[in-house]
Design a protein around this ligand. Structure first.
Ligand code: AMP
Length: 199
């Protein structure tokens, strides 16, 4: 059942067309579930890689597709004409802000440096209470295991409170990611000042 507080799900995902099939399959399956569960997608607005594999399935399954892209990438020919709404951004920072503004939940699929940057920014936003949205990592084929190990190191070495790990939900399948979003209840406080600054 859909979450009545969530309408638009922001998906960060690889722009690569050269990945193992399992990554596109999970992206497509997630897109199908986003549409079937009555949600829309906010994404990078491109025809590339996992991004489009996911967005196309949202559209085919009844959801709306909102693309956000800066001019430089439009000029490089990355834009798809298949968005229900297209937002032109000034640059990558402005784009992230727009994606944040118009979405109610975040799912990061496997990706490269662009995806990593988008994901970590959303975790920090949540840590500091700028938003209280669900932030989900879809761990296709264990792709994020090493990042999760590194976050363990960050906690063990006391660079962050272990509670910071609870800001992220690690889903092993697209269905798991959607189930989490369907049942997500926004917390009053994501991390208190004490939790942020104590160890
Ligand atoms: P990457 O993981 O490095 O492939 O970057 C993908 C992420 O960064 C996506 O979630 C997009 O929001 C953004 N991005 C990077 N390259 C592009 C592109 N060519 N077209 C659209 N978005 C892109």
């Amino acid at each position: 059942m859909s979450n009545k507080n969530i309408k638009n799900i922001c998906v960060f995902a690889s722009s690569s067309n050269f990945l193992s099939e399992c990554f596109y399959e999970d992206a497509a399956e997630l897109g199908k579930l986003i549409g079937e569960n009555g949600y829309n997608i906010v994404y990078g607005g491109s025809t590339l890689g996992m991004m489009w594999a996911c967005a196309e399935q949202v559209k085919l399954n009844g959801g709306k597709v909102y693309g956000v892209m800066p001019q430089r990438l439009v000029d490089m020919g990355c834009r798809t004409d298949n968005c229900d709404e297209f937002h032109l951004a000034v640059g990558m920072r402005d784009r992230k802000q727009k994606m944040d503004e118009i979405s109610d939940a975040v799912i990061a699929l496997a990706g490269g440096l662009g995806t990593l940057e988008e994901l970590t920014e959303m975790i920090v936003q949540k840590q500091l209470g700028y938003n209280k949205k669900p932030v989900v990592i879809l761990n296709t084929n264990g792709f994020y295991d090493k990042l999760l190990e590194f976050i363990d190191v960050i906690v063990e070495e006391k660079f962050a409170n272990k509670i910071a790990k609870d800001l992220i939900y690690v889903a092993q399948t697209p269905q798991d990611a959607i189930d989490y979003i369907n049942s997500y209840i926004e917390p009053e406080v994501t991390m208190s000042k004490h939790e942020i600054y104590s160890r």
